[in-house]
Design a binder for this molecule. Sequence first.
Ligand code: C2E
Ligand code: MG
Ligand code: MG
Ligand code: MG
Length: 292
Amino acid sequence: RIKNSGKGSAAFFDASMEREALARMKIEQSLRLAILEKRFCCAFQSKVDIRTQAVTGIEALVRLRDDEGVIQAPGSFINLAGELGLIDELTHLVLAEIVKSIDLINDSFGAEATISINVAAKQAGNPEFMRSFARALDETGFPQRFMIEVTEDAFVAKNHFQTEILPMFRKLGVGISIDDFGTGYSSLSALADITADEIKIDRSFITDIHKRPRSQGILRAIESLSEALGMTVIAEGLESYEELAYLQAATKIRYAQGYYFARPIFLEELKLATPTSSESRPGVSNRPTQQN
Ligand code: C2E
Ligand code: MG
Ligand code: MG
Ligand code: MG
């Protein structure tokens, strides 16, 4: 509208818009630079068996160290990285960091813990990227340790994701996880057509679950469907004892991930705090302090 409004249009491009455009350019520039300089790192968050409190897996959550050395969470750059076509490189950097740190990961979380990597729906819909990523996972020599987390949108997209891409990963032994379930566009019945190993129930259903009958109903439905389909259910964003108590008393959900058990933590932080003692793995008994 503004672009085509003719002669007087410059008047609409006011100072605040100029500031916005400049700010965006600055972010773009620093993002490109960060990729070039590999200024990304991962925080790792445990997935916990709520009955035994054992760490069954970890999820890699990417962080950006910006120009000023401040750590930025993905909310501030992931979408932009996608728009700029930089996200594939970022995912490969995440994998590279995991491979480089695998001994420390094993010491800290156990050598059986699965290692989850997030893949944006847009990436999942790009067969070229997915092929190159599968190859990279295979080249680690331990592809069976990995899981990829993809949101439900990727599964319902009308492409070859389910018929060609996923089988390729499955053949390597890479697990498939549906992230943020319940927030996308798929209906519960669409679950029946999805082949995945794990379904992560979005935090919005877990928050205050003990006080919210509607969320409880949704949880029950997801739970019974997943059980019928042979998928593991994991509750995301578990923050309180009350939420945990509800899951234990009223559901058969066995796995959870959330601040209550463990916050995302940097490996360097673990190295400082707990050299290699298996007594002090990040879990319930040893809640690491946040370093987000
Ligand atoms: P996600 O995969 O659903 O990850 C869970 C997010 O919730 C993480 O935020 C985590 O720090 C946060 N979280 C975990 N437990 C709790 C809790 O108890 N309470 C609350 N309030 N939050 C909790 P984070 O690290 O900021 O990541 C946000 C999103 O960015 C991720 O959501 C994921 O979709 C995306 N992301 C992260 N790393 C990557 C990556 O390497 N590649 C891609 N494509 N996306 C990534
Ligand atoms: Mg995830
Ligand atoms: Mg999630
Ligand atoms: Mg999310």
